[in-house]
Every structure is written in structure tokens, then in C-alpha cells.
Write a protein that binds this ligand. Structure first.
Ligand code: UDP
Length: 352
């Protein structure tokens, strides 16, 4: 392989992309182009990350005239067609489980490209999650698979994929985390004293799109802990909490990556519905409650610090256990050692 196109479009995509780009930069035998689909377009979810993660400017940035979710998806498809109809690069890499991932894989295959999927094989087995649909569809048409765990590799084999094309490489998100950790550790902020607050993030449609649902989660959190709660608010979540007042929940804008990792390290507890944050809190050994009925990252529960709270009753119970001093500790899953990107690029070098 001489050249590959990397396609990314969202905050979690950029964090994974940074690791691959860094590894490619140190192996000049493979050159690359990277395309930003513009799915996350605002500065706080996009360009701020390039600086923190040392990602170069994209070779192509898709722009959109309407920022409604469906309009963005259609506009991404159109611009992917424009790109692939001109590009002679045969290999395409997509990352994670967002809409940009499945759209890029689908259009790439229509131009007979060879598709590589990073973070393949994760399954929540919950098709009400848009991300689960994206994961299954992307894996069903990809040619090469790079997994974070052995379990994800086995899942792909069970689904009939060729085991010679599935590589258990570790976790590119953790590559980025370990690389910026020294900067995050030395970061100075007087936001709240260490271990004196809960860090909260919520952005899954099922938790935030209905205002009553979101407000009942926030009420439960506020009423079942003594600690202040810091909540960097995802743009998706914003509209349903505007003008709401909580005594102990402090709403802030989404943080830059280094700032956010600093906050994870400093938090007494994480409460989230994010995929990546379950992994990061496991690696940083910070207890994490995930407010979802399923997780596609079960190793964070079996090996790491994560606990699933499947409904409001389980959330109350989990918060009370924490209040009584029950702290879940864990270990770091195998191969989450900061070298996944390098392993992926070593494999790319063996592919024609
Ligand atoms: N993150 C961040 N700033 C924030 C919240 C999250 O940098 O204010 C990072 C976090 O460290 C993680 C990633 O964004 O690496 C997770 O993104 P998100 O929760 O949006 O997506 P998911 O992982 O659920 O797909």
C-alpha cells in the first residue's frame, strides 16, 4: 500500500485519528490524505481538538448549508461521491461508529475501495442505538478490521468475517490519552478541588432528546449525592437544559481534550453515557457509572472501573453506593498500552 484516505468527522473520531496520523507520519512509506466530513463542525467539537492532538489541517473539509442532522448526512454523502469519483487512492480508513463512519464506508465501497475499520467488532446488541446500526453496517462491508479487544475479534469471526483480516491491535483512543496525559497532569485549573466533584456527560439521544427524561436524570443525580457536579454540555444536550436551574450542577461548554482528561483525573466519580469516556476512566482508574441499558465496551465493566446503571432505580443505587464509600477499582485491558496506532500502521505496510 502506498497511500490511504482517512475519513473522520466527530470529536471521538479525531481522538482516534490522531493516533493513526502520528504512526503514519513516522512511516513515510505510506502517505495519506485526511478528509473531515464536517459532522461536528463547531470549534469546540472540532478545531480545538486538532491543536490539542497535533492533528494537521484536513486535506479536504466538507461544508454544509444546513446543520439539521439529516441534511448534514445527505450533504456528506454527496461530497463523498464527489471525492471518490476523483480519487485514485484505493485504501480508505474509517473510525468508530458515527454517521460519518458508515457513510464513508458505504460510498467508498460503491467506488470499489478497500475499507479498513478501526474499532471494529464492538456490539451493544441494542439496535435502538444509532451507533450500533453504524457499527454493524460498517463491519458488514469492510475489508480489514482493527479491534480494541479479543472479544471484538471473536464477534467478527462469529459474524463470518475472515479471521486473517481481523487484527486485535489495542485502543487508538487510549494511545491519544496516554500521549497527552503528562500535559493534562501538569495542567493547572482552579475549577474545583481534586476528588471533590462528579464529572457528568450525557449526549445519547435516548437520554437527552426528551426534556422530561433528561431532567429526571439530572434531578436524581443532584438529589443522591453530596458533591458538586460539573457538566460539560454536548451541543445535542444544550437545547433541553437551557434556562434550567440546579443547585449543585454547574453547566459548562464542552472542554478541549487536555482540559477534559484533566477533569477525568481530578473527578471523584464519572457519570456518563459516552462510549470513549468509559474507556478513559478505566485506564485512569476513576470509578464510572454509565447510564445506559447496554455497553459495547463490556471489558470496562469486567476488567475496569465501570458500572452500568440501566434505569433510574439502578442509578440511585449506584450513587448511594458511591456515597457510602464503595469505589470500584480495576485494571487496564490488554493491549491498551498506547501503541495501537503503530500496530495498525505496521499491518498496513503488509497489505498491497
Ligand atoms: N471529551 C472532550 N471534551 C468534553 C467531553 C468529552 O474532549 O467536554 C472527549 C472525551 O475525553 C472522549 C471523547 O470526547 O475522548 C468522547 O466523545 P463523546 O462522548 O462525544 O463520544 P462517544 O465516545 O460516546 O462516541
Amino acid at each position: 500500500m502506498q497511500k490511504i484516505t482517512l475519513i473522520a468527522g466527530t470529536r471521538p473520531n479525531f481522538i482516534k485519528l490522531a493516533s493513526i496520523i502520528r504512526a503514519l507520519e513516522s512511516h513515510p512509506s505510506i502517505s495519506y490524505e485526511w478528509i473531515h466530513t464536517g459532522q461536528h463542525y463547531d470549534e469546540q467539537m472540532s478545531h480545538y481538538f486538532f491543536k490539542d492532538l497535533s492533528i494537521p489541517e484536513p486535506n479536504r473539509l466538507f461544508t454544509h448549508t444546513s446543520y439539521q442532522s439529516v441534511d448534514i448526512q445527505l450533504s456528506i454523502i454527496k461530497q463523498l461521491h464527489e471525492y471518490f469519483s476523483q480519487s485514485t487512492i484505493q485504501h480508505v480508513m474509517v473510525l468508530g461508529d458515527v454517521h460519518s463512519t458508515v457513510l464513508a464506508a458505504t460510498v467508498a465501497k460503491q467506488y470499489c475501495k478497500i475499507v479498513h475499520h478501526v474499532e471494529a467488532g464492538l456490539r451493544s446488541f441494542d439496535l435502538t442505538m444509532p451507533e450500533e446500526i453504524n457499527r454493524k453496517l460498517t463491519d458488514s462491508i469492510s475489508d480489514y478490521f482493527y479491534t480494541t479487544t479479543e472479544e471484538a475479534k471473536k464477534q467478527l469471526i462469529n459474524e463470518g468475517q475472515d479471521h486473517n483480516r481481523i487484527f486485535w491491535v489495542g485502543n487508538t483512543m487510549i494511545d491519544s490519552l496516554l500521549r497527552i496525559l503528562p500535559k493534562a497532569t501538569s495542567f493547572k485549573s482552579d475549577i474545583l478541588p481534586p476528588k471533590s466533584f462528579i464529572l457528568l456527560t450525557l449526549h445519547r439521544p435516548i437520554n437527552v432528546d426528551d426534556q422530561d427524561t433528561l431532567l429526571s436524570i439530572l434531578n436524581i443525580v443532584e438529589n443522591n449525592t453530596d458533591l458538586p457536579i460539573l457538566f460539560p454540555v454536548h451541543p445535542r444536550t444544550k437545547k433541553n437544559i437551557q434556562h434550567k436551574v440546579f443547585n449543585r450542577i454547574r453547566f459548562i461548554d464542552p472542554c478541549g481534550y487536555i482540559d477534559f482528561i484533566y477533569l477525568i483525573q481530578q473527578a471523584a466519580l464519572i457519570l456518563t453515557d459516552s462510549g470513549g469516556i468509559q474507556e478513559e476512566s478505566t485506564v485512569l482508574n476513576i470509578p464510572c457509572i454509565t447510564y445506559r441499558t447496554t455497553t459495547e465496551r463490556p471489558e470496562t465493566i469486567h476488567v475496569g472501573t465501570n458500572t452500568l446503571a440501566k434505569d433510574l432505580d439502578e442509578l440511585i443505587l449506584a450513587l448511594q453506593r458511591f456515597k457510602e464509600g464503595e469505589i470500584k477499582t480495576g485494571r487496564i485491558p490488554e493491549l491498551w498500552d498506547g501503541h495501537a496506532g503503530e500496530r495498525i500502521v505496521s499491518i498496513l505496510q503488509t497489505i498491497d
